[in-house]
Design a protein around this ligand. Sequence first.
Ligand SMILES: *[C@@H]1O[C@H](CO)[C@@H](O)[C@H](O)[C@H]1NC(C)=O
Ligand SMILES: *[C@@H]1O[C@H](CO)[C@@H](O)[C@H](O)[C@H]1NC(C)=O
Ligand SMILES: *[C@@H]1O[C@H](CO)[C@@H](O)[C@H](O)[C@H]1NC(C)=O
Ligand SMILES: *[C@@H]1O[C@H](CO)[C@@H](O)[C@H](O)[C@H]1NC(C)=O
Ligand SMILES: *[C@@H]1O[C@H](CO)[C@@H](O)[C@H](O)[C@H]1NC(C)=O
Ligand SMILES: *[C@@H]1O[C@H](CO)[C@@H](O)[C@H](O)[C@H]1NC(C)=O
Ligand SMILES: *[C@@H]1O[C@H](CO)[C@@H](O)[C@H](O)[C@H]1NC(C)=O
Ligand SMILES: *[C@@H]1O[C@H](CO)[C@@H](O)[C@H](O)[C@H]1NC(C)=O
Ligand SMILES: *[C@@H]1O[C@H](CO)[C@@H](O)[C@H](O)[C@H]1NC(C)=O
Ligand SMILES: *[C@@H]1O[C@H](CO)[C@@H](O)[C@H](O)[C@H]1NC(C)=O
Length: 393
Amino acid sequence: MLGCCLWGSAPPTPTGERKGAGWLELLLLLLLILSGWVLTQQPVGCPALCECSKGNRTVECINKNLTKVPPDLPHYVQSLFLMGNRISNLSSRSFLSQPLLELSNLNLSGNRLELVEAEAFARLPNLKQLDLSDSSLLWVSPMAFGNTSSPLEELKLSNSLYNYSFVTILAELLQRGTLQNLKRLDLSNNNLVYLPPGVFSRLPNLQQLDLHNNSLVSLHNVSFGGLHQLQHFDLGNNALKRLRNNTLLQFRSLPWLTSLVLSHNTWVCDCGIEDLANWLKESDQVEAKDALMCSDPEEKRNSSLVALDISDLNCPETADDQTQLQTSYVFLGIVLALIGVIFLLVLYLNRKGIKKWMYNIRDACRDHMEGYHYRYEINADPRLTHLSSNSDV
Ligand SMILES: *[C@@H]1O[C@H](CO)[C@@H](O)[C@H](O)[C@H]1NC(C)=O
Ligand SMILES: *[C@@H]1O[C@H](CO)[C@@H](O)[C@H](O)[C@H]1NC(C)=O
Ligand SMILES: *[C@@H]1O[C@H](CO)[C@@H](O)[C@H](O)[C@H]1NC(C)=O
Ligand SMILES: *[C@@H]1O[C@H](CO)[C@@H](O)[C@H](O)[C@H]1NC(C)=O
Ligand SMILES: *[C@@H]1O[C@H](CO)[C@@H](O)[C@H](O)[C@H]1NC(C)=O
Ligand SMILES: *[C@@H]1O[C@H](CO)[C@@H](O)[C@H](O)[C@H]1NC(C)=O
Ligand SMILES: *[C@@H]1O[C@H](CO)[C@@H](O)[C@H](O)[C@H]1NC(C)=O
Ligand SMILES: *[C@@H]1O[C@H](CO)[C@@H](O)[C@H](O)[C@H]1NC(C)=O
Ligand SMILES: *[C@@H]1O[C@H](CO)[C@@H](O)[C@H](O)[C@H]1NC(C)=O
Ligand SMILES: *[C@@H]1O[C@H](CO)[C@@H](O)[C@H](O)[C@H]1NC(C)=O
């Protein structure tokens, strides 16, 4: 019907030998229209087990035991919710079925995801938010977001690692340099015991970093220096014992960092806490700093870190500082050597006097010995014994 009307509006055709060709054209046009209809209709459909809203540009397939990303997603989708399924692998083929040019929010939390292969998200040119929380990641390719700059702004990896050993794999991804636009990174609830030293070195636009509820004991070797835009940094609920000057200096040098959370850590209030306690007193970067408490030693438990009296800690000047101890040993050695040199010098300068003195001693000795010898001989002579005893009287 539509084909006929279109055909009718077409320019008039010559009759006769052109009639056969006209039929062919009609058939072709019908096919074209039909395929066009199919093309425009198909994406409006919704994958089995999913709920689609064209108005909201969302597709939800939640808790459906899906083992892969549905292949027939509508092209309009901006937010794709795939929480609570069983998608364990993602690869470059996972989102290949349709060009999902609009997709900006992808939620895969609760999938026990294990493997994310190279280029898995590379074909999603507008992806801004990605939630991979509650996974069991064993491998994430450093090329998961391709080899060029990704538009990703938020990455959630809360409770995502199979165990904390796999943080090195994450570090490779973060250090790849493809996540230049990342603003929010969530690594909470991962049991992390340490952080690879340069893990945050290539995230120049990061504003929020969440590391709460891990098991971090020390930040000694970790560099935060590259996080020039960092505003909010959550280190709450860890096992931090103290923070050292190099870490504190880095915090101080971050111009936008105004919300640093350090609560619920296991601060040890011995001499090593001095730098942190002093810094806390003047810093306005720490949230609720009055609520920070010592957990050790026993007698300091529950006392406020800010209110700590440093002189109360009885810290020796050079306590626990190995290099200072070493320099003090070196200093002692130098002093001893100097004393030795001075002693030798004095000896040398007085060599004549000493010679004289030694001669004197020798002479005195000799005189004494001779006297002794003499007396001995007198005493030894039995004939003179009574004589000598008389002379003594
Ligand atoms: C769009 O989302 C809003 C709020 O989430 C919801 O109330 C509304 O029903 C949705 N619209 C459609 C067409 O599903
Ligand atoms: C998913 O699998 C679980 C366990 O096999 C089953 O209990 C549940 O009903 C399944 N859910 C759906 C939506 O099929
Ligand atoms: C995931 O990938 C591994 C290795 O590439 C493969 O052995 C496994 O079958 C895949 N699982 C699924 C559900 O595709
Ligand atoms: C993803 O879904 C989970 C579970 O519903 C939710 O808690 C989380 O906030 C969602 N993530 C994002 C980035 O919206
Ligand atoms: C990734 O990009 C870098 C430089 O841009 C290039 O040297 C490297 O070969 C690329 N790697 C792959 C696997 O394409
Ligand atoms: C983490 O899991 C791997 C693989 O199962 C295992 O080899 C490693 O010992 C585990 N590490 C820890 C700290 O449990
Ligand atoms: C802390 O993280 C562990 C997993 O690492 C999780 O089991 C626990 O529920 C989390 N605690 C809180 C209070 O979120
Ligand atoms: C810091 O790095 C040094 C040398 O690289 C290493 O010996 C030390 O164990 C590290 N400390 C921590 C707490 O990781
Ligand atoms: C840490 O820095 C403060 C002030 O900058 C300084 O007084 C203190 O001696 C430093 N502590 C150590 C252990 O170097
Ligand atoms: C410290 O405070 C906690 C919680 O407020 C309390 O349970 C604990 O008994 C206190 N410990 C001491 C030594 O005061």
